[in-house]
Design a protein around this ligand. Structure first.
Ligand SMILES: *Cc1c(COP(=O)(O)O)cnc(C)c1O
Ligand SMILES: [Zn+2]
Length: 560
C-alpha cells in the first residue's frame, strides 16, 4: 500500500499531485521538479513494510514514484555491497573507508538505479520510445532496461566515449548516435531530435525519477552501516533491528551532479523520518580539465564557471555546463558541510591502480577520480581519521586497462614442442624458475599483522620480491643473520627487542651493517630519536602517510 505524493517545482514552488511523469512544471514550464512525500506517514508504516520487502532498491518503493508494482522493470538492481577498504585504509591510516560497490549492479554503474526507475516510470506511463543523452554509463544502463521493457531507445553520446561502451549499448539493441562535439552540444542535439520527432526525452537530473533513484543509495548505505556498526551482516536487510546510521561523508566524482543531489535528498528524508541523526557532509570531485562546479565553488560563485571545451580523457565526467545542479549542490554543502575539489587525470589513473592492487576492486577512471580526491582530503586533514566515509564506486575498467598495465603485463613461457621428448622435465623446470626469479629478498620485522600484510601487499603487487617476516626484534635479528636479505623493513615499537635495538645490533655486526634498513613507524619520534635514526637508517616513513608507489620507488633505490 503506497501513499500518494506530489511534485514541486524548484522555480515557482508550485505543488501538484503526481499523476503522470511531468517533464515540466504545469504552472511555469520550468523543468527542475522534485517529488514530495508525506514523510510522517511513511515513517509510521516503514518498519513493518520494510520487513516484508526484499533486498533490492524496490524495498524503498513507498518513497519511489511508481504507483503499481506490476510496472517495475527489474534486473536485480540495488542492494549492492558496502565493502570496507581494509588495505587501502592501512595505506592511508584511516579505518573507516567504505565502498558502495555499484560495480555489482546489472550494468556495473550506479546509473542502473536511474535506469530501473526511469524505465519503470516510462512503462507505467505507456511510453514506448525514448531519447537520452549520455557520457556513457546512462546509455548502457538505459539500453539494458529498455530492452527488457520493450522500449525503443535512442542514445546520443559524444565521440570520445570509449568504443567498448558504445558497443555495449548497441548490443542491447539501442540506437547509438555518435555526436562529434562536446557533451553539452550532444545534449542539445538529443533535445532537438526528441522535439522534432515527438519522442519522450529523459531530462536527467531535472527529472523526478532520476533523483528518486539516487536517493536509494542513501537509504541502503544508512541501513547497511547500521548493521555494520552493530557488528552484524550488512548483506541482510535491517528494518529496525539496529539503528540506521549516516556516514560522516559521502564522496563521488560528478559530471551533471545527479548522484549527490539524489543521495543528499535521500539522507534528508531519512533524517526527517527520524531514522538517522544527521545528513552527511558531501565531497564532490571533478577533473581539472572539466571543473565548472569546483572552480565556481572555490570562487564563491553562485553560478557555475561553464567550460566550453573540456580537456580530460575521463569522458564520463565531461559535463561543461552543469546548470542548476551546481546551485543545488552548493546549497547542500552550505547546509550540511563538505567541499568540492579537483584532481588531475593522472592522479585518478594512479588511484584506480592503487585500489585495484591493494583491495582487488577494478573501477573506471571516473571512480579513480573519487579515490584520488579521497587520498587528498585525508592527507589534508579535511576528512578526519575517525570519520566514516562512503565512496561511490562503479566498474567499466575494461576500456582503460591497456593504458594502465601497459604491454608488459604477462610473463611469457615457452614449452618444448614435443611433450614426450626427453629432457622436457628440465626444460619445464628452467622455464618455471625463470617465471619467478625472486632476486631480491626483503625481511619485514613488524609485530602488527595488518601492517605486515600491507607491506607484503605493496611488494607483492610489484611481483619480484621474496619476502620473509618476523613478528619481534629477536626473531627478526635471527632471520637477518640466517638469510642476509637485500633490505630490512623495520617497525620500532615491538615487544622484547625493539626496532632501535635491532638497528644497533645490525650496525655492530660487520656482516650485517651494510644491509639497508627502512623504518616504518606509528611512533611519534623525539628530536633525539629522529636524529639518531636519520644517521643510522636509509629511510624513515610514518605509517598512513605514504602511497605505495612512493615507498616502492624508495625501496628500489635503496636495495643492495
Ligand atoms: C555518471 C557517473 C558519474 C557522475 O555522476 P553525476 O552524479 O551524474 O554527476 C561519476 N562516476 C560514474 C562511474 C558515473 O557513471
Ligand atoms: Zn513552476
Amino acid at each position: 500500500m503506497r501513499e500518494p505524493f506530489s511534485i514541486r517545482c524548484r522555480s515557482c514552488q508550485h505543488q501538484t499531485p503526481y499523476t503522470q511523469p511531468y517533464t515540466v512544471c504545469p504552472q511555469c514550464g520550468q523543468s527542475w521538479l522534485d517529488a514530495v512525500y508525506d514523510l510522517s506517514l511513511v515513517a509510521h508504516q516503514w518498519p513493518a513494510a520494510l520487513a516484508q520487502y526484499g533486498a533490492s532498491l524496490w524495498r524503498y518503493r513507498d518513497l519511489l514514484p511508481i504507483h503499481n508494482p506490476a510496472n517495475i522493470v527489474s534486473l536485480g538492481e540495488g542492494w549492492t555491497p558496502l565493502i570496507q577498504a581494509h588495505n587501502l585504509g592501512l595505506l592511508l591510516g584511516h579505518d573507516h573507508i567504505y565502498i558502495k560497490d555499484e560495480r555489482q549492479g546489472p550494468t556495473a554503474s550506479f546509473k542502473d538505479r536511474q535506469a530501473a526507475i526511469a524505465v519503470s516510470v516510462m512503462k507505467e506511463a505507456g511510453i514506448t520510445e525514448a531519447v537520452v543523452a549520455s557520457t556513457g554509463n546512462v546509455a548502457i544502463a538505459y539500453a539494458a532496461f529498455c530492452a527488457r521493457a520493450g522500449i525503443k531507445l535512442w542514445t546520443f553520446v559524444t565521440s570520445s566515449v570509449p568504443a567498448e561502451k558504445m558497443r555495449e549499448v548497441a548490443l542491447y539493441g539501442a540506437e547509438v548516435i555518435k555526436v562529434a562535439g562536446t557533451y553539452d552540444q550532444c545534449k542539445q542535439v538529443a533535445t532537438e531530435f526528441a522535439q522534432s520527432k515527438g519522442i519522450f526525452l529523459d531530462k536527467g537530473v531535472r527529472a523526478i525519477s532520476a533523483k528518486e533513484a539516487m536517493k536509494t543509495l542513501a537509504f541502503e548505505v544508512a541501513e547497511q552501516l547500521g548493521s555494520i556498526m552493530a557488528g552484524s551482516d550488512y548483506t541482510l536487510p535491517n528494518p529496525g533491528r539496529f539503528a540506521w546510521k549516516a556516514p560522516d561523508w559521502y564522496l563521488q566524482s560528478v559530471s551533471g551532479g545527479l548522484g549527490p543531489v539524489g543521495v543528499i535528498k535521500g539522507f534528508r528524508e531519512l533524517k526527517a523520518m527520524g531514522l538517522i541523526d544527521r545528513v552527511p557532509k558531501l565531497a564532490i570531485f571533478q577533473v581539472a580539465g572539466c571543473a565548472p562546479m569546483v572552480n565556481a565553488f572555490q570562487n564563491s560563485s553562485p553560478v557555475p564557471f561553464d567550460v566550453e571545451n573540456p580537456t580530460t580523457d575521463i569522458t564520463t565526467l565531461a559535463t561543461g555546463k552543469p546548470g542548476e545542479a551546481y546551485q543545488v549542490l552548493r546549497e547542500m554543502i552550505q547546509e550540511h558541510g563538505g567541499t568540492m575539489a579537483t584532481v588531475t587525470d593522472a592522479e585518478a589513473f594512479r588511484a584506480l591502480h592503487v585500489l585495484a592492487k591493494m583491495d582487488g576492486l577494478s573501477v573506471e577512471p571516473a571512480t579513480g577520480v573519487t579515490f584520488a580526491g579521497l587520498f587528498n582530503l585525508i592527507h589534508q586533514g579535511i576528512i578526519g581519521r575517525d570519520e566514516v566515509v562512503v565512496v561511490n564506486c562503479s566498474g567499466h575498467t575494461f576500456p582503460v586497462e591497456k593504458h594502465i598495465v601497459g604491454e608488459q603485463h604477462t610473463r611469457d613461457m615457452v614449452l618444448a614442442e614435443d611433450a614426450a621428448a626427453p629432457g622436457r622435465e628440465e626444460g619445464l623446470l628452467t622455464a618455471l624458475e625463470e617465471l619467478d626469479p625472486r632476486v631480491q629478498r626483503i625481511a619485514i620485522i613488524e609485530d602488527n599483522p595488518d601492517a605486515t600484510r600491507l607491506m607484503r601487499r605493496i611488494l607483492q603487487a610489484q611481483g619480484d620480491f621474496h619476502i620473509e617476516e618476523a613478528t619481534n626484534g629477536l626473531d627478526g635479528l635471527n632471520l637477518i643473520r640466517r638469510t642476509r636479505p637485500n633490505l630490512v623493513i623495520l617497525d620500532l615499537m615491538m615487544p622484547g627487542l625493539d626496532g632501535f635495538a635491532v638497528v644497533e645490533a645490525m650496525k655492530a655486526d660487520a656482516a650485517l651493517q651494510d644491509i639497508p634498513i627502512i623504518v616504518i613507524t606509528a611512533k611519534t619520534l623525539t628530536p633525539t630519536e629522529k636524529r639518531w635514526l636519520d644517521s643510522q637508517v636509509d629511510g624513515l616513513w610514518e605509517k598512513g602517510s605514504f602511497m605505495d608507489v612512493d615507498l616502492l620507488s624508495h625501496i628500489r633505490g635503496k636495495i643492495i
